[in-house]
Design a protein around this ligand. Structure first.
Ligand code: FHN
Length: 427
């Protein structure tokens, strides 16, 4: 193994084990919460400045209304822990250019520009460290709609109008490399200097401006300051990343080799929108978690706190429900490998189940089946023992060639999404 691969393996070992993380999109956009001057702008809420073409000086006025005194870093970290999430990544700066940390490089930040005299990144870093949750930051390296020279999305966005790529405010004019030099690189440096260990820097939307040379500015900054920090998949350049990001809310159909993660929403927005109540329920989320792990990936699931600093009640409730399942069945998730099978991934396969693995063990998480027993096709595996993961109770089973039939106790229902732990010998 060459040294680069060995270093990468070492750096990413915790992430391969962690599997489930909390994504947080929180910023000034939580104030308008999806509407501007009485008009609702459909789609993801953190894009309101772009969608409503809000001039910089007007957008800056939002700082006066942003005083999230109910923000409680310990409560957020507790929620992540309760859900079974092992890492947290929060927007330190999104495309609107507003930094959620104390930045000497740019005054458009929560400490300098709002009445809220606190640094949420510092508070969250500390709260996560106390709970052994790995802490990371999202940083929009290319797009910045506030700094002169920052890149701006040119195409129509989410089916919105085609603005022809034009900036909407003359103050956005400027030189992109100057923006990188004055704001983006220094801010990434601040994040990696002032907040203790940063587990991941999650870059996003490189557009067509993140050349190899420009991406290297960020890569070098990260590697020099914190060599253990992971670089997520959307830096750009020649893709100097530690892992790939799937498309938003996208889960592959089959096992995907390599290190990858699905970033996903709990409703239909990342940043808070007061009108988005289209929550996925906890059963769907548990299914997605197991589905992703069975295909070899990590699940980065988002919450969008409001302008008071509160994670919506529905998100808290749903994640707490997910946490009941992960607390009982985490062995099938954390550090587990993908399915060695694959037929169960077909859309209409019956029963509906997913398979994750450890050496000598298959974990069958059951989602839909009928009757008091379930028959699974386990080609190439000779089952030597079956038990219910949650209780450890032994389960009766019989095997006929590749088909194993497992007896389920009366007490187990679909709502439990039970995991059957199967010990095996390879045939
Ligand atoms: O434009 C962003 C979006 O606002 C959000 O941050 C997502 C999260 O993956 N990333 C970009 C779109 O892919």
């Amino acid at each position: 193994m060459n040294e680069r691969v060995a270093q990468h393996n070492e750096r990413i070992a915790w992430w391969r084990e962690a599997k489930f993380g909390m994504f947080i999109h929180w910023g000034l956009y939580a104030v308008p919460a999806g509407s501007w001057k009485g008009k609702s702008y459909p789609g993801i809420g953190e894009w309101i400045m772009f969608k409503a073409r809000i001039p910089i000086a007007e957008y800056e006025q939002l700082t006066q209304q942003f005083n999230p005194t109910e923000f409680d870093a310990d409560a957020w970290a507790d929620l992540a822990a309760r859900a079974g999430m092992r890492y947290m990544i929060i927007t330190a700066k999104h495309h609107d250019g507003f930094a959620m940390f104390d930045s000497a490089a740019d005054q458009f930040n929560i400490v300098a520009a709002t009445p809220f005299d606190r640094d949420p990144i510092a508070e969250l870093a500390e709260a996560c460290a106390k709970r052994r949750i790995r802490f990371g930051v999202y940083y929009s390296q290319a797009q910045d709609w506030h700094a002169p020279g920052g890149a701006i999305w040119k195409k129509p966005h989410e089916g919105g109008p085609d603005y022809g790529g034009a900036n909407w405010d003359p103050a956005q004019e400027g030189d992109f490399d100057e923006y990188l030099r004055r704001k983006a690189v220094p801010q990434v440096r601040e994040l990696l200097t002032n907040y203790g260990p940063i587990s991941v820097v999650w870059f996003d939307t490189p557009l067509d401006v993140m050349t190899e040379e420009r991406a290297a500015l960020f890569e070098d900054t990260v590697r020099q300051l914190q060599p253990d920090t992971l670089i997520s998949g959307r830096l750009g350049g020649k893709n100097q990343s530690d892992y790939e990001s799937e498309g938003d809310n996208r889960i592959p159909d089959s096992v995907r080799p390599g290190d990858w993660e699905t970033p996903a929403t709990l409703n239909d927005t990342w940043g808070y929108r007061s009108d988005d109540t289209n929550w996925k329920n906890s059963d769907e989320l548990v299914f997605k978690l197991v589905d992703i792990v069975s295909k070899g990936g990590n699940y980065l699931l988002n919450v969008g706190p409001d302008a008071r600093g509160v994670i919506p009640e529905a998100s808290r409730r749903i994640l707490t429900e997910v946490g009941r399942w992960t607390a009982a069945n985490g062995e099938a998730i954390y550090g587990a490998g993908p399915t060695p099978l694959g037929d169960e991934l077909a859309k209409d396969a019956e029963p509906k189940w997913r398979c994750t693995t450890r050496p000598g063990v298959l974990y069958a998480t059951l989602f839909e089946w009928s009757g008091r027993s379930v028959t699974l096709e386990l080609l190439g595996f000779e089952i030597t023992g079956a038990s219910l993961l949650e209780t450890g109770a032994a389960l009766g089973f019989s095997q006929n060639r590749e088909r194993v039939t497992i007896e389920l106790p009366d007490t187990v229902t679909r709502a439990d999404m039970p995991v059957v732990k199967l010990a095996y010998d390879v045939r």
